[in-house]
Design a protein around this ligand. Structure first.
Ligand code: NAP
Length: 255
């Protein structure tokens, strides 16, 4: 039996979970694509390809060469470029695209959120007066906080922030989720944090700091996502499982 080929654009827990759910299916050949940024990536349940494709053209060429039947964009809600590239490459090649994007967190009683539209707005939202900031937005955009060196920062990321921040008082924690609530509370207390900056990533793995902030009564500056695009969308791995067979069925081999 000819296997249908699925390319999962990954770098998230959802991508790994979906790959694990599909790995046992004899009718599918699943490849997981990683950007290749993380020095020590987590093990994956299906074959992995790593590194950028070379923009829309490179991704479209890959889809053609590998005779991919379905692309599942399971990248992080804040990885905008690769998602835009996937849309354009899908349009150019006719290979169907399914977006798996976990839902964002909703504000609940006790939360003290300031919602902002970008990391640059988060910098401004911290205000002029020096504060002790827990920066939990990942390594790539941390440098934006060079614009506010009056604050003291605790920066957590999977890989080191390089070059480091310019502010005179910065501490770094290298760690990879999931993060337990008790440990998050302990971290915030130990560093006497008085405000947290986070992306509205959604999911369980990094929600601990949001709950910890609620329990400790701390404010959170929350960077929201850009508006969702049209197209086939799934909010959970289960939804994606339901939709993918339908999408594979609607594309006959070789069409
Ligand atoms: P991005 O800005 O959207 O993408 C930049 C470029 O990186 C893309 O144009 C593409 O290069 C390459 N790329 C990104 N994801 C790829 C993938 N899964 N496979 C192959 N190439 C990929 O992405 P980012 O925000 O830097 O995130 C990079 C990776 O980290 C993503 O896989 C994402 O899921 C994961 N991640 C991101 C965040 C976040 O907050 N942004 C958080 C957790 C995990 P080419 O144009 O050369 O193809």
């Amino acid at each position: 039996m000819d296997k249908r080929r699925i390319l999962i654009l990954g770098g998230t827990a959802e991508a790994r979970d979906l790959a694990a759910r599909l790995a046992g299916r004899a009718d599918l050949a699943v490849t997981l694509s990683l950007a290749g940024r993380t020095l020590d990536p987590a093990p994956q349940p299906v074959p992995v390809r790593s590194g950028g494709f070379g923009g829309v053209e490179g991704l479209a060429a890959y889809l053609d060469e590998q005779a991919v039947d379905l692309v599942i964009d399971a990248t992080h809600p804040f990885a905008r470029q690769i998602s835009m590239n996937a849309q354009a490459a899908s349009a150019a090649t006719g290979v169907p695209l399914l977006r798996l994007e976990r839902l964002g967190w909703d504000e609940t009683q006790g939360d003290r959120w300031t919602r902002v539209a970008s990391v640059a707005e988060a910098v401004t939202a911290l205000g002029e007066d020096p504060r002790r900031v827990f920066l939990a937005i990942g390594r790539q955009e941390a440098k934006a906080f060079d614009a506010a060196p009056q604050h003291r920062y605790l920066v957590r990321s999977v890989d080191p922030v390089d070059p480091p921040l310019e502010a005179p008082e910065v501490e770094y924690v290298l760690d990879r989720g999931p993060f337990a609530l008790e440990a998050e509370i302990a971290l915030l207390r130990e560093h006497r944090i008085d405000v947290i900056v986070s992306k509205n990533s959604g999911g369980e793995a990094t929600y601990g700091k949001i709950v910890a902030a609620r329990i400790l009564g701390l404010p959170v500056v929350l960077v929201e996502r850009a508006a969702a695009d049209d197209g086939h969308r799934a909010g959970t791995v289960e939804d994606a499982m339901r939709l993918l067979d339908h999408l594979l069925g609607s594309r006959k081999r070789g069409v």
